[in-house]
Design a binder for this molecule. Structure first.
Ligand SMILES: NC(=O)c1ccc[n+]([C@@H]2O[C@H](COP(=O)([O-])OP(=O)(O)OC[C@H]3O[C@@H](n4cnc5c(N)ncnc54)[C@H](O)[C@@H]3O)[C@@H](O)[C@H]2O)c1
Length: 368
């Protein structure tokens, strides 16, 4: 099982790249990395991933000479800008030059953090993504958004910086903790909602074999491939989110408000996205008459995947406050992504705050 997906970036074809997929880290991927001829290879990972996958990471470092491994503490708090300076200084002392490369081996936190360093150090050095979580495979490693956090907001400092290649080995998923699956699955549901054929395939799999723990690698490979294709298609057409790319925020407006209200501590991103997707379905029914049949079907899929649908006792007006004061809003207007039908999202519309309050109350009545 070995697949390849080309990500063309339409406006800058020299930024296009491949994603390679396999059930294990392929021997020829070492050669592929060697062929970049990075003058220095800097592998950045976190302590969790390093503990589980030390052998592979050390083999990578041995094969790619000269090389250095940087092991960061795990967790979102270490994606803060204050930790970048020590890395810049370390790499400058290591005599990294513009032909050197950073290889991120980790989840979205490591990918975003290492990608941000790669995009800014010496005005940009080589960058490779080796995603190790389901979320990083289907979402964060593709699309070129890299960022770090500041005290007043998440992902506020960043850039668009495409990797030279993404190497996606499903073997990493063998060690993924239970709660991390939810994060990736929620994004897979979102991608499925954006494209009819992906949705139909995903639905068939979930209805026939609801327990994702029993899905074999071949099935995962196909589903991850299709899910990334949705994102890849969008990103190719609108790399810098001037319009279309915002459809990838389906369910995320409310999710971000939930995360911000709870200081990013109570819920994982996936748990917030899952609840935000339910709100998006209810708001889409009101605004665009999204059919009950579709809503029930999507809810059934999410239930079977054990994704949370409830309001977690969060108060509508408190979420509304975070929606209104989101730093990404323009002129106080809340941009919102609706769904007219499966595969037919609508972007660039505003959210009426009363509609949100009503939808949240309905979500509470329906799912607790
Ligand atoms: N750039 C983008 O387009 C984009 C898109 C979505 C999310 N993100 C960012 O991604 C981050 C979330 O990513 P995430 O969910 O991957 O979180 P993460 O990177 O924090 O990984 C989650 C946890 O799983 C551990 N882990 C990673 N791989 C493992 C493995 N194979 N086995 C065992 N444990 C493993 C990590 O150490 C961590 O504790 C957020 O910072 C978010 O802002 C970025």
């Amino acid at each position: 099982m070995y697949q390849q997906l080309f990500i063309p970036i339409e406006e800058h074809i020299n930024k296009s790249y491949n994603i390679y997929f396999s059930d294990d880290f392929k021997k020829d991927w070492f050669d592929l990395l060697k062929n970049f001829r990075f003058t220095k290879n800097v592998l950045i990972t976190d302590d969790n991933v390093f503990t589980y996958h030390k052998e592979l990471i050390q083999t990578l470092a041995n094969q790619l000479q000269p090389s250095k491994i940087i092991v960061r503490p795990k967790g979102e708090e270490y994606k803060h800008i204050k930790y970048t300076q020590e890395i810049y200084e370390d790499l400058i002392q290591y005599e990294v030059d513009r032909k050197s490369g950073i290889i991120a081996v980790g989840g979205g936190v490591i990918g975003d953090f290492a990608g941000f360093i790669a995009s800014t150090l010496l005005r940009g050095i080589g960058f490779v993504q080796i995603p190790t979580t389901l979320l990083a495979m289907v979402d964060s490693s593709v699309g070129g958004k890299v960022a770090v956090n500041v005290d007043v907001g998440k992902n506020m400092i960043g850039s668009f910086y495409q990797p030279r290649v993404v190497l996606c080995s499903l073997a990493f998923l063998r060690t993924l903790p239970e709660k991390e699956w939810i994060c990736g699955l929620a994004e897979m549901v979102k991608h499925a909602l954006l494209k009819r054929n992906v949705y139909e395939n995903f639905k068939k799999v979930v209805f026939n074999q609801p327990d994702y723990k029993t899905w074999d690698f071949e099935l995962w490979n196909r589903l991850i491939y299709e899910s990334i294709q949705v994102k890849a298609e969008v990103v190719s057409k609108d790399e810098k989110e001037s319009g279309l790319r915002s459809i990838l925020n389906l369910g995320h407006t409310v999710a971000h408000a939930i995360e911000s209200l709870t200081n990013y501590k109570e819920f994982s991103h996936g748990e917030a996205v899952s609840r935000g997707l339910v709100t998006a379905l209810l708001l889409s029914k009101k605004k665009f008459q999204l059919s009950d049949k579709i809503i029930e079907e999507v809810i059934q899929i999410m239930r079977l995947l054990k994704l949370p649908l409830d309001t977690a006792n969060l108060k509508a007006n408190e979420i509304a406050h975070h929606l209104i004061y989101d730093k990404k809003n323009q002129k106080g207007k809340i941009k919102y992504i609706y769904l007219k039908d499966i595969g037919n999202p609508v972007y660039d519309l505003e959210l009426d705050i009363q509609d949100f309050l009503d939808a949240w109350m309905l979500q509470k009545d329906l799912f607790g």
